[in-house]
Design a protein around this ligand. Structure first.
Ligand code: ARG
Length: 557
């Protein structure tokens, strides 16, 4: 809302003076509500600050939002009519609840998001966890801005490695073991294949032959592959269930098997294919290495499937924009994908949302050789620790399991999303589970404090003293609340969930320091209602911010 006033005043000034680029900004805490720096005009118009001020004043002073203006140190300071503004912001939040901040700028345009996308028969890595968490938040944020989001899990379920897996299973595998512990067992077989392959080069040829046959729908191999996939998916689904993440489609790489010939034909038809040393490639010029489309033996590749997937998404979901939430190591791959479809004459936006590593004690975290065997164990550990903390804090709490789950998962998600996505993140369960500091539990706890106030008192919207909001301690927070829609918009523009994370953190901090200073449940009824409406609005915005990040808010903990 302040944003709107800011723009309104800026437009007024610009129209009046027929110039562009006049700055109307929010100065640091307490100085004024808005300010216009006058230096540029002092210089350009060769006037004193007072003279410039006198020209600006009549344009602004009659605006209905403006209460007073004054000149201080070369700034034109604006004080807004705080009561009406506060009342407008808070009643809006009260009425719109979680819909506060919803926008229509997306205009129903379709955006496809490709995230999580783990490789079957392999463990769900920490990189996949980051992709899942970031992708899920972006999906919520885009939807709030009015986009139609199609969420896709591009499972890594195709490729020569499945030839290897099948050969390994047929030679050394055992059904019961795989059933008991699918991913670990299959991974073991895969590692064994690599070890034995060094002694026995024939194995590699066998694996290629098997994959070729699989691509041509060989029945036995398809059966084995389907089984591997189902077993792996079962494990992945448990993880998604814990994280509260859902996808519209689980169309993995194998889904494109029957769509590959058409792609290769199209590339050929458009004169883009070259044979290089028996392999089929697309030459991407000086700046990029050529992209491999078919191996010497005719098998397709990761890239071929991504081209097919992009064309399919364009046709099926009517979208030109695909966000790929994938780690930094695939930067080149997505540049090539963009280049290939450009050469094909399409105008797709291949939007690679890349992100940094996960570190434990400053070292790259790996679920392989590390302390944890599976990522699921890490998550379970977080939930266990949250449970202990809650049982100690509030032993009579109902639904302790549900709360522990929300807190443990929330801690992991927030620890990831509070950082700029390109930076490496630190994974320290103890730190992220603290109830103080920049953590998920701190936010959930702040919201719970408000929930308990609201449980004990009921808000009467007909008797609210709006004038009391003019006081700085209130008004600073109300301004912050007014910024929420704008924060969500910027977080969408920058594909940066951390904008929202940081924002709700500072909102919760402001609330907690306010709460340390002021009583909410006061005698005077109008003031009490004003206080209740005020904290209710803070709760609404914190909870909606958490929801956008994919974190559950709580009413008790
Ligand atoms: N399965 C891949 C991996 O784990 C990620 C896939 C990302 N999406 C895509 N369309 N290439 O590295």
């Amino acid at each position: 809302m302040i944003e709107t006033i800011k723009r309104q005043l800026k437009d007024k000034l610009e129209q009046h003076f027929q110039i562009e680029g006049i700055v109307v900004e929010e100065p640091k805490k307490g100085l004024a509500d808005l300010a216009v720096p006058l230096f540029a005009f002092v210089k350009a118009w060769r006037m004193s600050p007072m003279q410039v001020y006198e020209k600006f004043e009549p344009v602004l002073i009659h605006d209905e939002a403006v209460d007073q203006i004054e000149l201080t140190n070369g700034f034109l300071n604006i004080y807004l009519k705080r009561g009406p503004l506060a009342s407008a912001i808070l009643t809006m939040i009260h009425e719109q609840k979680g819909n506060y901040g919803n926008q229509t700028i997306g205009n129903g345009i379709s955006v496809a998001m490709d995230y999580s996308s783990p490789n079957i028969a392999k463990s769900f890595g920490v990189g996949h966890l980051r992709s899942t968490v970031i992708g899920n938040a972006l999906k919520n944020i885009y939807k709030k801005m009015g986009y139609r989001v199609v969420s896709i899990n591009h499972l890594g379920d195709w490729g020569t490695q499945f030839g290897k897996m099948i050969v390994a299973y047929q030679k050394w595998g055992n059904e019961a073991d795989v059933k008991k512990n699918p991913i670990m067992e299959l991974q073991k077989l895969y590692i064994r294949f690599h070890d034995e392959e060094k002694e026995n080069p024939q194995l590699e040829q066998d694996a290629r032959d098997v994959f070729r046959a699989l691509e041509q729908n060989d029945e036995t191999y398809t059966q084995l592959w389907t089984w591997f996939k189902e077993e792996s998916l079962r494990e992945f689904m448990e993880m998604y269930d814990l994280l509260g993440v859902e996808f519209d489609f689980y169309t993995g790489e194998s889904f494109y098997n029957d769509k590959m010939d058409a792609v290769v034909e199209e590339l050929d038809h458009k004169g883009l294919l070259k044979i290089d040393d028996g392999a089929t490639i697309v030459d991407l010029g000086e700046d990029l290495p050529p992209a491999l489309i078919k191996r010497t033996d005719g098998a397709t590749l990761y890239m071929t499937r991504d081209v097919a997937a992009l064309l399919y998404r364009h046709q099926t979901y009517n979208t030109d924009h695909v966000l790929y939430v994938v780690g930094n190591e695939q930067i080149l791959h997505f540049k090539q994908l963009q280049a290939i479809t450009d050469l094909m004459g399409y105008h797709f936006n291949v939007d690679h949302i890349n992100f940094g590593l996960v570190l434990i004690d400053g070292k790259k975290m790996s679920t392989r050789g590390g302390k944890f065997k599976r990522l699921e164990d890490v998550i379970t550990q977080a939930i266990e620790s949250a449970k202990e903390a809650i049982a100690a804090k509030n032993p009579n709490l109902k639904d302790q399991d549900m709360v522990a789950r929300a807190v443990g998962i929330g801690a992991i998600i927030f620890n990831d999303l509070k950082n700029e996505k390109h930076s490496d993140i630190d994974f320290n369960l103890e730190n992220m589970l603290k109830f103080e500091g920049q953590t998920g539990p701190y936010l959930q706890y702040s919201s719970v404090r408000i929930a308990s106030i609201l449980r004990e008192n009921s808000l009467d919207m007909d008797h609210v003293d709006y004038a009391s909001y003019s006081e700085n301690d209130y008004f600073e927070i109300i301004k912050l609340l007014g910024q929420f829609p704008y924060i969500v918009e910027r977080s969408k523009e920058n594909n940066a969930p951390n904008f929202i994370a940081r924002y709700i953190l500072s909102l919760a901090q402001s609330f907690n320091s306010f709460y340390g200073k002021h009583r909410i449940n006061v005698e005077e009824l109008m003031q009490k209602n004003a206080n209740l409406l005020f904290v209710e609005s803070i709760q609404t915005v914190i909870n909606e911010g958490l929801r956008l990040l994919g974190i559950q808010s709580l009413s008790e903990m």
